[in-house]
Structures are given as C-alpha cells and as structure tokens.
Design a protein around this ligand. Structure first.
Ligand code: AMP
Ligand code: ZN
Length: 664
C-alpha cells in the first residue's frame, strides 16, 4: 500500500478507537493494541514528515509549548447565564417568555457542568481553534493544550457544517482528580483543591505534554454559527453527538415548566452519582427561531436560565482539632465533628488544610461550623456560625509540637504546611516511609502489605526499611493472621527486591520531591548512589529539570546520618545501588548538552536505535527543529520543511555516518 494511504488509514482507525474509548466509553481493542498502532503511525509520520498533520492522533501526547497565550476575539460572543434558585423564579421566567413568543414552547434541560468553558472552532471538519471564554468577547487561544484532550474530536464524522463553533466545558472527573492528587501526595506535594480550578488551571499550562497527562474531558452543549442548518437546541445536541463530540446523555426535552422542575429535583438528588461535578441545571428554549425572538440582555440570553443547586452544606459542632502526620512529616489539621448527614454520607471529620486556613476562617474548638462537600473526598469547613460562638472562646493556637513524637514543628519559608522534623523517630513517618518503600511503584515487595508493615513496626521488629532485610520467618510468624505460607512469601518477596533496578530503589528511599521521573533522571545521570550522595546543590540544580527545591531536598536527605547508615546497610544486603553493568556499558555522556532531531530513513541503524544511541550517550532527542536544536541527523527522503527550517536557523546538518563517528 502506498505510504500516504497507510498513514491515512491508521489515523482513521486510531480516531475511531479513540472515539470508542473516550466518547462512547466502549473500547473495542486493548490498550496494548492501541499503543502498537499509535507507535506504527508515529514511526511513519517521523519517516515521512511530508504527510504530517496537526490533527493526527499522534498529536494527542502534546509537546508544543505555549509561552504566551494569544488573545482571540470570539466570532460569536460567549454570553453568561442568568441564575435562578427557586421554582418561583423559573415560573417568572416562563411568564416573560410567554409575553414575547407565541405558540408551544419546549425546553431542553441540561446539566450545568462545573469546569472551564471553552469554544472550539471547526472548519471543514477539522479542529481549528480552541479559545477560553475570557470576558465573553475575547479569550485565550489554548488550542495546543485542548488538542491533547482525548474526547475532543480532531476530525469530525458525518454531515457537519463547513464552519461552526461549538461550546462546552472542560472538566476533570472525580476519579481522575483523585488519582492526580494521590500521585502528588505520594511525592510530598500538596494536593489540588478542587476539580474545577485544576481543570481551568490545566488549560493555561505552558507545556502541552503536561496537559496531555491530565485526565481532562470536554463535554459539549451548544453549536453556534451561520448556516448550520440546525433548528432546535435538542437537534444540535444530537447532531454534535453524530459528528463525534461527547454530549452527555442526561439532556432531555421537556414540554412544560412542571416537567422541567421534575428534572431539576431528580438531579438535585442524584447528581452525586455522576462521575463529574455539576452545580445546577441549564434550561434552554428549544426552538432556535423562538430563541432569536427572545434575544439577549446585555449579559445573557433571555432564552436560557441556569438553576443553581444549593451547595451541599450543613452546620455542625466542631468538637476538637487534631493533627495528622504524613509520611513526609507534613502536618494536616483535622476537624473532628459532631456527626452530620451530608450528601448521602455521615461526616465526622473535615480537613482544615493548614494554619493559614484556620486563621483565615478563625475556627475554634466548640464553634458551630459550616461543612461542604466539593470534589474532594474529605469534606471541608467553609465558615463559622459566629452567632453561635461561645463568648469565652479563644483563638485557636496551632500545634507547636508533633502529636506523635512531641518534637517541635517547623515551617519552611514560603510553605503552607508545618512539618515534624523528627524524620527517623516519628512513628507515622517511620511506618509511612517503609510503606512507601515496599509499594508497587517502588520496590514492589510481594507478600508484604501496608498493614503488615504497621504490625511489624508496632512489634518493634523493624524501625526502617533496611531492617526489612534482617527479618526471618520465625520473627514474623507470631504476627496476627500470619500463616506459615504467608510468612514464607513475605521473606521471599523481600529477598527478591534485591533485584529491583537502581532507579526504583532511588524512588523507594522516599526523598521528598523525588518522584518516579526525577528518580529516573538522577539514576541516569549519577549512575550510582555514591556519586549522587557526593553531589552539591549547585551541581544538582545544573541538571535539566531539577529545581532548587529538589536539589535542596536531596542534599538534605543525605546529610542525615541515619539515612546514610541505611544506604550503607542496603548496600551490604545486596540492594541495587548502581545502574547495572549492562545498562552502563552502553552509556556515555559524549553527547551531553546536545539536542538532536532525526529526519528521514537511515541505512545502518534504525530510527529507534538512533534515538537510543543519542539518549544512551547523554543527548536529547526532539521531534521538531527549533533554535535549541544542535544537530539535524539527515537521512534519505528527509522532509523538505525540516530541511528548510534547519537551514534558516543555521542548525548543523549531519549524515548518519557523521553521527556514528561522533559516538564511536
Ligand atoms: P455562569 O458562569 O454562572 O455565568 O454560567 C455560565 C457558564 O455555565 C457558561 O459559561 C458555561 O461555561 C457553563 N455551563 C455549564 N454547563 C452548561 C450547559 N449545559 N449549557 C450552557 N452553559 C453551561
Ligand atoms: Zn513527629
């Protein structure tokens, strides 16, 4: 088959699978098969850059960096919505409608998705532009970022109009939000406050590759444009669905305001069953002619009305403020409440975040407080009922000492959280660190779980992760629910962890801010733990993508006598503290500091081997030529646009042989 056709057919196939997965939620092939096809397409596109396409499924992974988001004037203004909070207000709205339009009026009820509004422009079925709402007249061009959101179609299906805008909301479903936060907490970062702010913040990230990793979704609700051929709102939703957009199925057509109210009541009660946050219902006059007759006020259409759900809020008594200590020593204040029913669950505890938050709200023990449930799993306190405050109450004094080990707490400049600095003597930190060490992404010790770790610590059998390697079967057998077989598995699992590669060991050590990716980078650069331990802060900061905070944290970790001792013990037990000889044999830093772009077909090595050679020798591979590119390795049939760009920028253009001479 000719290459162009092959590329086209792979793109179409991937588009369809992408649609099945992200819009319909009904995948038909495995993730693995999908990845293989994507990889095949990627390779073809790299080899034949003349067929590149900004809307290819390969662009979903991002890569483009936007330094300044360009301001774009909306072709059609993005209005806001009038709000209502009661049955009466909705009935008044209907009366106003009746005065202007004659005949039957139908209403479309939709959920009001709580995220960041977006306007997408399509031309000839292809995504042209994605612009934030801004002030309604003009917004920011965030196309590079929106292109990475898998439920935004890059190419449409069916009989779409030549040019139109479609409006929707970019949201972050609860599940993805919780996962993102779990990952942040794991590396010692503070969790994000709520899905909506995180979604809108994501649109303004400079690096689209970062956006691509976030589980964002785009839900659409309105088609705007001239000559779209659409005559009702409901038809618009159906058409949008046919063209490949994700339009929630909860939207319904209603014949009267009574019916509308039933819909509202139903969702007021059931909205917590939805996978994402909603803050109300939007009611729209269905017929577009009637909409035109009704027109707009200065700020919002007269043909639409938002009905806002009441915030899920309850008031209850705050009995006591306690403090929790995390694995990294971070202190979280917790409000212990008189149990109260909220959004279908009984709430007994709520997060108070940090000292500033307590001061800002002026919460005190004994207060009656307002509790709200947002996107977080733990509800939060949003205010105090001052009328009910005991006149004798005193402002809250934030804890000065660790509740677990009584060490004086510290708070570093610029940080919101207090910390217990007694890293190696504070029980929850000890347990938490060992639990992190054995976790799946770290040492992945089979046969040993978090609860067993807690039991082992409590029984004084272990006090740090190095102690794991001294455990014998007889030691663990007396533990609760420990059968002979499980004791054996546990010991075997620990033994096997000695084979885990250095980069994962480095992550397992639990150095603050050193997540999986940073650990990989450090392992690759320093190759063994001794070199890393000897590195100064300046040396670390000079590495790509290692900031001040990480550098400080690494140095601080190895300054600690007990940490050094643990490392020494791990070494004696045979844990991998250097990159394996095999990996090392192929690695140099000959190409350190150089960025390469590969283009065309090569004779002696495959493109993938070429890439690997560059990376193994310390160089970086980039997919597009910029002023940062040092070398363009040019093969046969190189794309003319790449060549032109390289010539314009004065990039060194070298052949396959030139390159091989550089590394051999
Ligand atoms: P407000 O920000 O309160 O003026 O409400 C208007 C915003 O609600 C719009 O800008 C949209 O981003 C958002 N919205 C969420 N769901 C819908 C929907 N189904 N129809 C219209 N707007 C919606
Ligand atoms: Zn402590």
């Amino acid at each position: 088959m000719d290459v162009e056709k092959k590329i086209q057919s792979l793109r179409e196939e991937l588009q369809q699978h992408n649609y099945n997965y992200y819009v319909l939620d009904k995948p038909q092939i495995s993730d693995y098969e999908f990845d293989m096809k994507l990889k095949e397409l990627q390779e073809l596109e790299e080899k034949y850059p003349e067929f590149q396409d900004e809307n290819s499924p390969t662009r979903r992974v991002g890569g483009a960096v936007t330094k300044n988001f360009e301001t774009v004037v909306h072709d059609h203004r993005m209005y806001s919505l009038s709000n209502s909070y009661s049955k009466e207000e909705l009935e008044d709205w209907e009366k106003r409608i009746r005065k202007i339009v004659e005949g039957k009026v139908q209403y479309v009820c939709e959920l009001k998705y709580d995220g960041a509004s977006i306007s997408l422009t399509y031309e000839n079925g292809r995504l042209k532009k994605a612009v934030t709402r801004g002030d309604g007249f003009q917004g920011d061009d965030v196309t590079n970022n929106v292109r990475t959101i898998r439920s935004v179609p890059l190419k449409l299906k069916g009989d779409y109009p030549e040019k139109f805008d479609i409006r929707g909301e970019i949201i972050l479903p609860y599940e993805g939000f919780a996962k993102m936060n779990a990952e942040r907490v794991e590396i010692g970062e503070e969790p994000y406050a709520n899905p909506r702010n995180t979604a809108s913040g994501s649109l303004k990230l400079q690096d689209s590759a970062e956006v691509s990793k976030r589980p964002l979704e785009c839900l659409l609700y309105s088609i705007v444009g001239n000559n779209t051929g659409i005559t009702t709102q409901y038809e618009g939703l159906e058409k949008a669905r046919e063209w490949g957009f994700k339009v929630p199925e909860e939207s319904e057509l209603k014949d009267s305001i009574e019916e509308v109210l039933k819909y509202i009541n139903y969702w007021d009660e059931h909205r917590h069953d939805l996978p994402y946050e909603t803050d109300g219902v939007v009611v729209k006059v269905n017929n577009i002619h009637q909409q035109e007759e009704l027109g707009h006020t200065a700020k919002s259409p007269r043909w639409a009305m938002a009905y806002k759900f009441k915030a899920e809020q309850e008031s209850t008594k705050l009995k006591k403020i306690t403090y929790q200590v995390g694995r990294t020593g971070a202190i979280t204040p917790v409000a212990n409440l008189e149990p109260v029913q909220l959004a279908g669950t009984v709430v007994k505890r709520a997060s108070l975040h940090n000292a500033d938050q307590i001061e800002k709200l002026d919460v005190r023990e004994g207060d009656t407080v307002f509790v709200e449930k947002g996107g977080e799993i733990i509800p939060k306190i949003v205010g105090v009922d001052f009328a009910k405050r005991d006149p004798d109450s005193e402002p809250t004094q934030y804890a000065t000492h660790c509740p677990e080990c009584n060490t004086e707490l510290v708070r570093n400049e610029g940080e919101a959280q207090h910390y217990c600095p007694n890293t190696n003597g504070c029980p929850p930190q000890i347990t938490g660190r060992i639990q992190h060490y054995i976790s799946r992404k770290a040492m992945d010790i089979e046969g040993l779980g978090g609860e067993t770790v807690a039991l082992l610590v409590n029984a004084d059998l272990i006090g740090n992760y190095a102690d794991l390697y001294t455990l014998k079967k007889e030691d663990v057998l007396p533990l609760e629910r420990m059968a002979d077989k499980s004791a054996e598995n546990l010991i075997n699992g620990i033994e096997k962890s000695k084979e885990v590669p250095f980069e994962r060991v480095l992550f397992a050590l639990g150095i603050r801010y050193v997540g999986e990716t940073v650990a990989k980078k450090l392992a690759k650069h320093f190759k063994n733990i001794d070199a890393l331990m000897a590195a100064s802060e300046e040396e670390l900061i000079n590495l790509d993508e290692i900031g001040e905070r990480i550098a400080w944290s690494v140095v601080d970790f190895f300054k600690n006598e007990e940490n050094r001792e643990n490392v020494q013990r791990l070494r004696e037990y045979g844990v991998q503290l250097e990159i394996s000889a095999e990996k090392l044999a192929n690695q140099t830093d000959k190409l350190e500091g150089n960025t390469f772009v590969i283009s065309g077909v090569f004779e002696k090595v495959s493109r993938n081997d070429l890439k690997k050679l560059i990376e193994d020798n310390g160089g970086k591979v980039s997919s597009s030529i910029s002023s940062k590119t040092n070398y363009l390795v040019a093969g046969e049939n190189m794309g003319p646009s790449k060549l032109a760009k390289a010539e314009k920028l004065g990039t060194n253009i070298i052949s396959e042989d030139d390159f091989l001479a550089m590394v051999n």
